[in-house]
Design a binder for this molecule. Sequence first.
Ligand code: BT5
Length: 250
Amino acid sequence: MFTQELLQYALAPRAVVYEPRTGSTNDDAIHWLLEGAPEGAVVIADEQTKGRGRLGRQWVAPPGGALLLSVILRPPRELLTRMSMVGALAVTDMIESYDVTGVDIKWPNDVRIGGRKVSGVLPEAAWEGDRLLGVALGIGVNLNIDFTNAPFPQPATSLGTVLDTQVNRVEALKRLLRRIDHWAQRIGDDGLFAAWHVRLGLGMRATVQQSDSVLVGIAEDAEPDGTLLLRTDDGVLHRVRAGDLLPTPN
Ligand code: BT5
């Protein structure tokens, strides 16, 4: 397990709060953000009792087996939708730094190795009226977890499983934060979109489930703000801002 002293030393001079056990690091980070946390501050937990994904879903990780963190960032409002890109790309880079191949990004926020989900990204914004106060960029990365019998609808894996070795969590965390800093500083650059776009799984037949509709077609492309372009079988191109991409047979 981590300790506050260990993380503070390893991540200096970054502001860091370590929680052995918490509800959700995103909630902790939003509280801290509202109290004026510095840019790049990070909340890290060994265990979450209410870890969440999008749309009310759960994020599940055994204590000490994953990286569970939220980074506090204050992007310009017009670039808010690019926060997922920053997180997913940083995770991708971190994983590739271990010489892992077959890493891709599944729209909008999953990182996969060989088609198995290894990480999920959940940026959550704090607002005062229509003023953006900041973002908690929540990231879960599976490091040392056996997902052979995982109860999830999509297959999951962990970096340690793929490497067939125990991954050092502090080292993985340092590598990840370095890449978050890198991409967060470039959030407005064409290079961020280009790097994300190259790694984005596209061209497959997919179903997009939105809160009020279902679209079936080809995930054709994505736009610089992260919007997915899905062409349905009647030839119409739909701009999809939020939803879930489900693999779909022909
Ligand atoms: C995500 O949601 O993928 C975003 C997950 C973000 C988690 C981090 S952990 C730190 C921070 N604090 C939080 O409370 N959350 C963030 P979504 O796309 O909705 O995917 C959720 C789905 O992925 C679940 O319904 C499961 O099917 C599956 N899942 C849950 N835990 C998983 C895991 N450890 N590995 C792979 N898949 C998982």
